[in-house]
Structures are given as structure tokens and as C-alpha cells.
Design a protein around this ligand. Structure first.
Ligand SMILES: C[S@@+](CC[C@H](N)C(=O)[O-])C[C@H]1O[C@@H](n2cnc3c(N)ncnc32)[C@H](O)[C@@H]1O
Length: 288
């Protein structure tokens, strides 16, 4: 496996996942009690967008101009994504970006950390040694945050249930392995068994609908709690793009999170469209 998130950082899929993650965390923070944020596939935490165009050996077109690159300009972004964009700008500034154009982009660990309250705790897992070393360096001085070089699926079993009795678990694998959808479904099952009240968010690519339908069938077989499906497509069915969209499945979503998600996705569908026919979609896989 040689997946490096660097090449994809800030693309439309990252924007969708991260904008929703920020809202999800805020929705959970309406309750005072602290929570565990568990990132099973954390990545390196910080991405230099200037490196996004350089592959292992070949130059490649950077993906962020079609994602975060489209959103940094508006002076008054809609409320649904305003905090996410403010965190991105703040991160870039703190990381040493020049300010006029975005240079550094935060991964999910930093977006969660910047939104965390003193009573929240972060557990960040990354299996790839070099990525994990970078992540560890990023968070060496951040209180209540642990970085583990380990398989995130194993971590999910080891870290649940949390002493806080509240958790937001982000499962964001690279989908390089053939059986990644099946692994996510298994992980959701194990997570629910250990901690039925946890909020579980799993990201997935929309490359082949059949894979997604099979994944949903596997999730339904778990007899899950209320489950939301949030999807964004940036082009219509007929457009020849490998990944036309992506989704986030959310088990046990916070109250009325579907309304928040609708606003986020409606804005992103318009802002990130690459060809006609794209859409933002929110539906219950298992209703409340
Ligand atoms: C899509 S990236 C994560 C991006 C990150 N969540 C973010 O939003 O910024 C997936 C990451 O998972 C790592 N990875 C792959 N398999 C893993 C596993 N079984 N356990 C933990 N990390 C894994 C990869 O090295 C990669 O850094």
C-alpha cells in the first residue's frame, strides 16, 4: 500500500468530509460533557498544498484547486461552512502560510483539535510509519491528544467504550484494498457492539454504486441505530470521471444533524460542481 493523502489533500472529497466533521463535532458539543474523538485513519495532520502536485515519481495535477481552492475566496461564506473555512484559514496562517493564497491544509486531526474543548480527548491512529511520525510531531505539545502507530480497525476495538461514555469515531480509510467497504462494515459492527451509543462516521468513495449498495446491505445487517447517508456528487452519471462523488455514513447522528448536513451539501454541490448533474443528498438509511 503506498497511499499518500498528500496528493488528495483539500480535494472535493476532503472538503465534504471536513466541513461535515466540523459540524458534527459542534453538534455533539451542545452537550457539556467531554467526548472522545477517535480518528482511525488519521493521516499526517498537515498538508503542504505546494507538494500536492508532485507524485512519487511523476508530476500530477493537484486536486485541491477543485476543492478548497474554490472556497477560500468568498469574504462572507454561508454559515454552514463558515467555521470550517475559518479553521482552514487559521490553520494556514499558524502554519506559516503567506495569507494571500492558501498553502497549508489541515487534515481531520487538526480540524478536530482546533474545535475541541478542554474536556474533549483525541485519539489519532495512523498505520503508515512516516505519516504517523509526522502526525506525532504535529501533536507533540497538544494536551489530551494521543497518537498511535497502529491499525485503526484494531484501535476501534481497543479504545471503545471510552471512559467519557461519549465518542465521535471517524473511519476514513484510503479505499485501496478491495475489501475496504467490508472492513468498514465489520468495524462499524464491532464499534456498535462495544459502544452502541457512539457516533460513527464512515467516509466512502462513489466510484461504483454496486459497491456502495453492498456496503449498505452489510450495514443494515448489523441492525444499526438511526443512520444517515450524506452524499455529494460533483458530476452526473454519464460523465467519465473515476470518482464522481463521495459519501459519509453517520450512525447515531446528533439530533437534527440531517438539517445541518442538508445545508452543507447544498452549498458544496453548487460550489464544487465539475460538470452538470452533481448533487448533494441526505437520506436516512435507518430512520430515527
Ligand atoms: C484518507 S487518508 C486519511 C485522511 C485523514 N482522515 C484526513 O481527513 O485528513 C487514509 C490514511 O489511512 C492510513 N491507513 C491505511 N490503512 C490504515 C489502517 N488499517 N489503520 C490506520 N491507518 C491506515 C493511510 O496511511 C492514510 O494516511
Amino acid at each position: 500500500m503506498n497511499y499518500r493523502h498528500h496528493f488528495h489533500a483539500g480535494n472535493f472529497a476532503d472538503v465534504m468530509k471536513h466541513a461535515l466533521l466540523v459540524r458534527l463535532m459542534r453538534a455533539m458539543q451542545k452537550k457539556e460533557k467531554g467526548l472522545l474523538y477517535l480518528d482511525t485513519h488519521a493521516g499526517r495532520g498537515r498538508y503542504d498544498l505546494a507538494a500536492g502536485a508532485t507524485g512519487d515519481s511523476l508530476a500530477r495535477a493537484p486536486e485541491w484547486p477543485g476543492g478548497i481552492g474554490r472556497l477560500v475566496a468568498p469574504a462572507a461564506p454561508p454559515e454552514a461552512v463558515a467555521e470550517y473555512l475559518a479553521l482552514v484559514r487559521d490553520f494556514d496562517h499558524r502554519a506559516g502560510g503567506a495569507g494571500d493564497r492558501l498553502r497549508f491544509y489541515p487534515g481531520s486531526p487538526w480540524l478536530a483539535a482546533m474545535g475541541a474543548r478542554p474536556q474533549d480527548r483525541l485519539a489519532l491512529c495512523e498505520r503508515q510509519p512516516a505519516e504517523c511520525a509526522a502526525l506525532r510531531e504535529e501533536f507533540q505539545f497538544t494536551p489530551r491528544t494521543s497518537v498511535q502507530e497502529m491499525d485503526g480497525y484494531v484501535a476501534l476495538r481497543a479504545m471503545l467504550p471510552p471512559p467519557e461514555r461519549r465518542a465521535l469515531v471517524l473511519i476514513d480509510p484510503p479505499f485501496e484494498a478491495q475489501n475496504e467497504f467490508a472492513q468498514v462494515a465489520t468495524a462499524l459492527g464491532e464499534g456498535l457492539r462495544r459502544f452502541p451509543g457512539g457516533v460513527f462516521a464512515g467516509w466512502y468513495p462513489l466510484t461504483e454504486r454496486a459497491h456502495v449498495d453492498e456496503f449498505f446491505a452489510a450495514v443494515l445487517a448489523l441492525r444499526p441505530p438511526p443512520t444517515l447517508v450524506l452524499e455529494l456528487t460533483v458530476a452526473g452519471e454519464m460523465v467519465p470521471m473515476k470518482m464522481k462523488g463521495c459519501g459519509l455514513i453517520v450512525l447515531n447522528p446528533p439530533w437534527r444533524f440531517e438539517r445541518e448536513a442538508e445545508r452543507v451539501l447544498a452549498f458544496l454541490a453548487e460550489a464544487l460542481a465539475q460538470a452538470p448533474g452533481g448533487d448533494g443528498n441526505v437520506r436516512w438509511l435507518v430512520p430515527e
